[in-house]
Design a protein. Sequence first.
Length: 405
Amino acid sequence: MEEADTIMTAPETNVYAGIDTHQNTNHVGIINEVGKKLGDREFPTTSTGYRALLDFILTFGAIIAIGIEGTASYGAGITAYLRTHNITVKEVIRPNRQTRRGGKSDPIDAYSAAKTVAADADDLPVPKLLGGTVDGIRMLLKARTTAVKARTAATTQIIHFLTTAPATIREQYAGLTGDDLHAALLGTRPAAGDHLGIALHRLARRIEFLADEIDTAHAQLDALTKDVAPALAAAKGIGAISAAKLLVTAGENPERITSKAAFAALCGTSPLQASSGKTNRHRLNRGGDRQANSALYDIVKVRMSYDLRTKEYVARRTAEGKSKKEIMRCLKRYVADEVYSLITNPPAVPAIDDLRPLRQSKKMSLKTVAEHFGTWAITISRLERGLARNDEFVDEYRKYLLETV
């Protein structure tokens, strides 16, 4: 009996890919596990191009991971497409000039990205997800930021025009500032030849429009942040804008940030080693997301003014000889750790909807409750409306209302 012929099949090749991204094209390069170049090609940044790019990579073998440059800009589309197909995507930082001594081209950059992801796949960052609610917050926040800058520019122009205006014009608006000045300028009806009056009126009208736009954006961001991260929005000293900035930094997929220390580094609040020889010290981290860093700074300023626990900490550290800047840096790190937990593992926010109806059913005024607890009526009102948060006080308040006959 003859032995059956044995058909030997080659094992499937595992491959890495790198993509050099541009506005209209993506150039992909593929290597195997030992770094051998297998092929490269350019594809358009269209739905058809994305599909063809993925099919091209798969002709070389099973994909381990793909490294992409500019995942939040030109590479956003292909990144989103690959993630929908459960492909592991890593963000590759564009190489610096020192590493480009061998030249630069789309194939070179694509292969470089592939080699980078093959060497450091576990250490490379996971790209942010785009297109979700947090991405919408990012867009609204940017639109509001540009509106604020435009309003500031218009206000500065008004001040400059009035500074160099004739004496009669300066005297007419002397003593008026801010909203009063803008309202006065809005009420003018300059003649056709009054170029200064026309410019001032137009700038005041622009400020009015921008102020309305900024207020609308703030209300939208307030609603969105409370919906996406209620625990973060309800925390002490964290307003809508600060919450929005921190959510944008964390991204739609905050699980990509593996620890509190990683989030602190992302926000630029982690001290960096600056030791040498016998010197052992740390220096200020000037990197990270400066938008998130400014949000932490604003939160710390508010808490230093209104939060009793923060005031006690400041007093203790001041007695130890720390400067205000040093204390604020420490507080920013503490707040960063708190924010990380509120975003990645948020606690349940206690309900407050029953407080106002319960108080009204007892026929009690805000003033009566405020006098009982030794606080202000506005504090109770803000608590009932969800504009402020104090979990311990909510429990005491509810207990007081329930026990009151």
